[in-house]
Write a protein that binds this ligand. Structure first.
Ligand SMILES: *Cc1c(COP(=O)(O)O)cnc(C)c1O
Length: 368
C-alpha cells in the first residue's frame, strides 16, 4: 500500500473474505448466512461490502432502516434484504424496492397488512420478531394467537422467518439467561408454526451467538461485527481480522516550551519541552472528545503518540516528543495491530461505536 497522504479508511476485502469464511466454517451446511450491513456497513461502506459479499454467495442481507435497503438495491444487490426496524411511513418505498420488513408489534403488523393489500401484493415476504428478553423490539409470546389470526385473514403476506435477538450472547456469565432465551424462542416458534400451519425459517444468533451457541444456529445466523473483524472477546478476536484501518498524516509539528498550552480551552499545559504533531482528523470525523486529554493514542512509525488536549472538530494534537518523525509522515489511528477495539477501550467504549462513527467525510479506499 502506498502511504496515506490524507485521512483515509482503508478497507481490506481479503480480510472480509477471511472473516466470512471463518464464520461460515462454524455453521452446519444447511444454515444460511445473513450479513448485517446496517449503519453504512459498520462504517465500511455498506454497498461495497454487500457487493463483495453477494459475490461470495451470502444468502441474505439486513439493514436497520428502509433507506439503507434502498441504497443496497440501487447499487445492484439482488439478494433478499431484511429491514430490522422499519417505520410505516416508508412501507410503500420498502415494497417498491422488494425489501422485507421485520414486523415487531401489532401497530406495525396492521399498518403493513394495509399497505401490502393496498399495493395488491400476494404472499409478500415478512419476518416476525419476538422479544425473548432483550426487551427492545418484538412481539411477546402471548401475541402468537393474535398474529396468527391476522395472518390467516390475508393472502397479502407470507411469513418467511421468525426471529429473536440475544441480549448477552458475548457474556459467558449470562449463559443461563441466554440458554433460556433460546429455549423460549424455540417454544414460541413451534407454537407459531403450528398455529399458522407452515414452517418459516428460524434465527436468533448474532456474531457472538454464532461463536458461543452452536446449538442455536437454527436455519440462519445474522452476523455483523464478526465480518468486520471483531468477536467480542480476546479469544474470538484472534481468528478474525479487522477489515478497516484508519490512517492519517502529520500536518504540522510544533515545539512547545514549558508553561505553554495546547488546544482549545488550554486543555493541555506543558510542564517541560515537548514536540506535538497536528493531525487532520477530529470529532467531525468520528474521533470523539472522549479520546482527548491522554486517553486515546495513535501510532507513528510504530511508536505510541497520545492525544493531548481537547479533540477539535477537524484536528487532534499528539505528543511526539520521543518519536522520530516529520511533517507528511503516515499515522495509524487503528488497524490490524492496534485495533479499533483497543482504541475504543481507551475511552470506555466498544468497537461497534467507534467504527460506525467514522464519518462520511473520511474517504474509504478498498484494497483486494
Ligand atoms: C445489529 C444486529 C445484528 C448483528 O449483531 P453483531 O453483534 O454485529 O453480529 C444481528 N441481529 C440484529 C437484530 C441486530 O440488530
Amino acid at each position: 500500500m502506498p502511504k496515506a497522504q490524507e485521512t483515509l479508511l482503508e478497507i481490506d476485502l481479503n480480510a472480509l473474505k477471511h472473516n466470512f469464511d471463518h464464520l461460515k466454517s462454524k455453521l452446519q451446511s444447511g444454515t444460511q448466512f445473513l450479513a448485517v450491513v446496517k449503519a453504512y456497513g459498520y462504517g465500511s461502506d455498506a454497498c461495497e461490502i454487500a457487493k463483495y459479499l453477494q459475490d461470495l454467495n451470502t444468502d441474505y442481507f439486513a439493514v436497520a432502516y428502509t433507506k439503507e435497503g434502498v441504497a443496497l438495491r440501487e447499487s445492484g444487490i439482488t439478494k433478499p434484504i431484511l429491514v430490522l426496524h422499519p417505520q410505516p411511513v416508508n412501507f410503500k418505498t420498502l415494497i417498491a424496492n422488494c425489501l422485507e420488513p421485520s414486523l415487531y408489534n401489532s401497530k406495525i403488523l396492521n399498518e403493513f397488512l394495509t399497505v401490502a393489500s393496498g399495493e395488491k401484493q400476494k404472499e409478500y415476504p415478512v419476518h416476525i420478531k419476538f422479544n425473548t428478553g432483550l426487551n427492545r423490539l418484538g412481539f411477546w409470546e402471548n401475541d402468537v394467537d393474535y398474529i396468527a389470526s391476522k395472518l390467516k385473514a390475508t393472502k397479502s403476506v407470507k411469513v418467511k422467518s421468525i426471529f429473536s435477538h440475544l441480549a448477552a450472547s458475548e457474556d459467558l456469565n449470562e449463559k443461563e439467561f441466554t440458554k433460556n432465551q433460546i429455549k423460549t424462542f424455540k417454544t414460541i416458534a413451534s407454537r407459531f408454526s403450528e398455529t399458522i400451519g407452515y414452517k418459516p425459517m428460524l434465527h436468533i444468533c448474532n456474531t457472538s451467538g454464532i461463536l458461543n451457541y452452536p446449538e442455536a444456529h437454527l436455519d440462519m445466523v445474522r452476523s455483523g461485527i464478526g465480518l468486520y473483524g471483531f468477536g467480542n472477546s480476546k479469544k474470538e478476536n484472534k481468528p478474525l481480522k479487522p477489515i478497516a484501518t484508519l490512517k492519517t498524516i502529520i500536518s504540522q509539528i510544533h515545539r512547545i516550551e514549558k508553561g505553554e498550552s495546547v488546544g482549545y480551552n488550554r486543555g493541555f499545559k506543558s510542564v517541560g519541552f515537548l514536540k506535538t504533531a497536528t493531525l487532520p482528523i477530529g470529532h467531525a470525523d468520528g474521533i470523539g472528545r472522549q479520546y482527548g486529554n491522554g486517553k486515546g493514542y495513535v501510532l507513528i512509525n510504530g511508536k505510541t503518540a497520545p492525544i493531548i488536549g481537547n479533540v477539535c472538530m477537524d484536528m487532534i494534537m499528539v505528543n511526539i516528543t520521543d518519536i522520530d518523525c516529520e511533517e507528511g509522515d503516515e499515522v495509524i489511528v487503528f488497524g490490524k495491530d492496534k485495533t479499533a477495539e483497543d482504541f475504543a477501550n481507551t475511552a470506555n467504549t466498544i468497537s461497534y461505536e467507534l467504527i460506525t462513527s467514522i464519518s462520511q467525510r473520511v474517504k474509504r479506499v478498498f484494497i483486494k
